[in-house]
Structures are given as structure tokens and as C-alpha cells.
Design a protein around this ligand. Structure first.
Ligand SMILES: O=C[C@H](O)[C@H](O)[C@H](O)COP(=O)(O)O
Length: 227
């Protein structure tokens, strides 16, 4: 499920501005999605020009793109990211909803382990308060249990279905995704805690206070917001 109608040029400005902050010798967490893809391509060009970086991908998609553009890869076993670059489906300050591409579980692990998280987005993702449905990756057997818990927490869960396959979206980890509509989220931190403590829920797409810097692309530039 993608919420954005932001232009590709705005996404490219944001992605390239964040990639520009990567210094020689760094290990970089490589997020997932169309905006981060611009950062990955920019890093690939920098590698061609001599920059020494290693990437830690967060999905099949970001791994494939990083390989295509020639970024050497490593893992969390081998290295800790100095910085991670990742997108968002919605942001309010430095609180994010992520997981429109069902990659949020691995993204959260990599983003949280990085010294700094740079979030790349376009202005269409900005909100006063978060109200985007929150994706929750769920063990397949636990779908009914988690659905009940989400309803008890005031949300309405919808099993995400695939577009070119019959049946549900299956994540890179072999799990399913419930998109959980809560309306306006008054307290993202409290909701994150509720969702994190639900057995069978693998990971949710609320990234509360994790982002250090936002690069927000628009029609004519990039706004940099630091937290
Ligand atoms: O699961 C996907 C990720 O969380 C993406 O970073 C997020 O959906 C934003 O993607 P995009 O830049 O394509 O809007």
C-alpha cells in the first residue's frame, strides 16, 4: 500500500541530499522504497567515483538495487551502520509510519542500530499528526489473534493483499501484514508500545523518535529538519 502522490523529482532531491551526507569509509543502512532508491543510486555513482562505503540492505529490493549499482554489501554480523537512509509513508516531526513496502521489520532493526537515521521523503508525506494506517507484520498463524488485539486497541485491521498474486502479501521474512487504521494517532509512543507487546506481531511500522534528520524534497528544493 503506497500513500504518496509525491513527484519523483522531489523524491530524487531528498534521496540525493541524504546520500551526499555519506562520508568515505562509512557503513550505510540501505532502506527500502522509491525515495531511498534514489539515495542508493546516488551512492552507487559515488562508489563509481571512488567513495569507499559498504551497505547493509533492509530488503530483497534494496539488496538487489545496491548490487546493481555496485555498492559493496555487508551485514549486521560484520558491521554497525554509521548512518541509515530510509523513507517514510508519513511523518509528523520525527515520528514516522513506515512499511508501505512491507519492509519495516528489517528496516527498524537496521535503522535503530545506526548511529544516525536520515529519513528521505517528499512534502506529500508530511502530516500535523500521524493518521496513516500502521502496517503490522504478523506470524501467519497469529493473524486472528493480532486482529482481535488491534480492534481492542481501537484499530481496524485489513490483511494486505498482493497485486499480482492471489492472496496476501508475504514479507521477505515469510510473514503477513495487517494494515491497521487507528484514525488520528494521539500518542504514537503508547500505540507503539501496545503493538510491540502483542504476541504474534513481529514488528509494526511506527518509528517513534528514531529519525535524526529529515530530508524533505519539494518542487524546488530540499528542506532539512534536524531532531
Ligand atoms: O516498507 C517500505 C518502507 O518503509 C518505505 O521506506 C516506505 O514505504 C516509503 O516508501 P516510498 O519512498 O516508496 O514512498
Amino acid at each position: 500500500m503506497k500513500s504518496t502522490d509525491g513527484s519523483d523529482a522531489a523524491k530524487r532531491r531528498a534521496g540525493e541530499a541524504a546520500a551526499d551526507r555519506v562520508d568515505d569509509g562509512m557503513v550505510v543502512g540501505l532502506g527500502t522504497g522509491s525515495t531511498t532508491a534514489h539515495a542508493i543510486r546516488a551512492l552507487g555513482r559515488a562508489v563509481d567515483a571512488g567513495l569507499d562505503v559498504r551497505g547493509i540492505p533492509t530488503s530483497y529490493q534494496s539488496r538487489a538495487l545496491a548490487r546493481e549499482v555496485g555498492i559493496p554489501l555487508t551485514t549486521l554480523d560484520e558491521a554497525t551502520p554509521d548512518v541509515a537512509i530510509d523513507g517514510a509513508d508519513q511523518f509528523a516531526g520525527n515520528d514516522l509510519v513506515k512499511g508501505g513496502g512491507a519492509a519495516h521489520a528489517r528496516e527498524k532493526v537496521v535503522d535503530a542500530s545506526a548511529d544516525r537515521l536520515l529519513v528521505v521523503a517528499d512534502e506529500s508525506k508530511r502530516a500535523e499528526r500521524l493518521d496513516h494506517p500502521v502496517p503490522v507484520e504478523v506470524l501467519p498463524d497469529a493473524v486472528p489473534t493480532v486482529e482481535r488485539a488491534v480492534r481492542e486497541a481501537g484499530g481496524e485491521p485489513t490483511l494486505r493483499t498482493a497485486e499480482r498474486k492471489d492472496g496476501p502479501v508475504v514479507t521477505d521474512n515469510g510473514n503477513l501484514v495487517l494494515d491497521c487504521a487507528f484514525g488520528t494517532i494521539d500518542s504514537p509512543g503508547d500505540l507503539a508500545t501496545t503493538l510491540s507487546t502483542q504476541p504474534g506481531g513481529v514488528e509494526h511500522g511506527l518509528f517513534v523518535g528514531l529519525a535524526d534528520t529529515l530530508y524533505v524534497g519539494s518542487g524546488d528544493g530540499v528542506r532539512v529538519e534536524r531532531y
